[in-house]
Design a protein around this ligand. Structure first.
Ligand code: C5P
Length: 249
């Protein structure tokens, strides 16, 4: 796979390799990020920059990661009026990121505006919608007075995202099997809440092992603390990659 994976390609090509782990760089400074990525191979992992790191270090750091050959998922989960979100995803395309996301709860018009803003670019990021955060439990929805079961809400949001022209969704790997069956194999599933057996769940509720996530249809596994807070991050990444590879064959 080429280094700059934001090039628009057939989706099966996007996932037609074994580089499925996306490391969540949930750090607060550039020094820690560079110390970590110096040890990483862009062919063996992709990187995710979220709100915390982006707010501390900004687009300059994103650009550095892209320039070093990494596929970068800019996980800023945009949720705003359609015009603003369209502008934000267009800005992300200028950084050369591989993937960017919006909240499906922002609505159909917002998602469509984002998809339309990218669709005529020669090189564009994949556009993904967040369904329901993997840290959300049913009791959280109940508390917010949002009716229905989480699984139904996730499916509904995923269908809306597909209809709006998005490339896939972020969801719990627990939902992957059903979403692949309902939405088709080309619709990408990006799944956080991945925990190797025996790892600490942290604040995640709906967690799944790497092997189960892949078997159930996840295309990309987002893994943060199990790698970034490990005594030996490279060893944990290697173990997860091995588990992923054996589940793919
Ligand atoms: O450390 P951990 O593996 O739990 O990190 C998961 C990452 O995935 C975090 O950066 C979190 O913001 C992100 N994420 C998530 N649930 C979603 C979308 C993104 O946990 N639905």
């Amino acid at each position: 796979m080429g280094k700059h994976c934001f090039e628009l390609r057939c989706r099966s090509e996007v996932v037609n390799d074994e580089n499925r782990v996306v490391i969540a760089l949930d750090y607060t400074n550039e020094t820690d990020v560079l110390a970590m990525i110096e040890r990483l191979d862009p062919q063996r992992c992709r990187l995710k920059v979220g709100k915390e790191l982006f707010t501390y270090c900004g687009p300059q750091l994103v650009q550095k990661l892209v320039d070093r050959g990494f596929d970068v998922f800019l996980d800023l989960k945009y949720h705003d009026i359609p015009n603003t979100v369209a502008g934000a995803v267009s800005a992300s395309a200028t950084l050369g990121v591989w993937m960017v996301n919006v909240h499906a709860s922002g609505g159909f018009a917002m998602m469509k505006a984002a998809a339309d803003a990218l669709k005529d670019l020669d090189k564009r990021p994949l556009l993904i919608a967040v369904t329901v955060l993997t840290s959300t439990a049913q009791s959280d929805l109940d508390h917010l007075d949002i009716p229905g079961a989480i699984e139904e809400r996730v499916l509904h949001y995923a269908k809306l995202a597909k209809e709006a022209g998005l490339d896939g969704v972020v969801c719990s790997a627990q939902e992957a099997k059903r979403l692949k069956a309902e939405l088709g194999s080309d619709f990408l599933l990006v799944t956080p809440g991945i925990r190797p057996s025996g790892a600490d769940a942290g604040d995640q509720h709906r967690i799944v092992t790497p092997a189960k996530a892949i078997t159930d249809g996840s295309d990309f596994l987002v893994v943060g603390r199990p790698i970034t807070q490990a005594d030996n991050p490279l060893q944990v990444l290697h173990e997860i990659n091995t588990e992923v590879e054996s589940s793919l064959h």
